[in-house]
Design a protein around this ligand. Sequence first.
Ligand SMILES: [Zn+2]
Length: 144
Amino acid sequence: MSRKKIIRTIDVPPKFIKFGVFDNENNAKEFEYLNIDEYEAIRLVDYENLNHNNASKIMNISRPTLTRILNSARRKIAEFLINGTNLIIINNDAKFLKNWYGCCDCKYFWIVKYNEKQEFCPKCNSKNIKNGLDCLNKLSNIKF
Ligand SMILES: [Zn+2]
């Protein structure tokens, strides 16, 4: 019997998706993959302080499913902290409600409805704008 895959709802894509350990000379070779719904459960419950009932409604999942996702996320984050694995957030077919953009000229970041196309930076009118994550990656690659 196959179970229908439920698309989980995520508010905004995460601003950072790769996390590593600074003080590990061996450069941690172990990777821990945090699913985007695990990230969202942590964000809603542990960061926004929502109760499980409200968080599960926002994510379009049942309370027991939220609890299961949350436990799995906390386990992976504990593994990252205790054993110094790398942590990478991956998107397992979630649907985003909003998106964020960045201006590569003035470094302004803003959030819009997911399907709303942006052409200009609302602050400096530059056309040099990208998906927020791409812009952040581009800006962080700048060598001084
Ligand atoms: Zn700008």
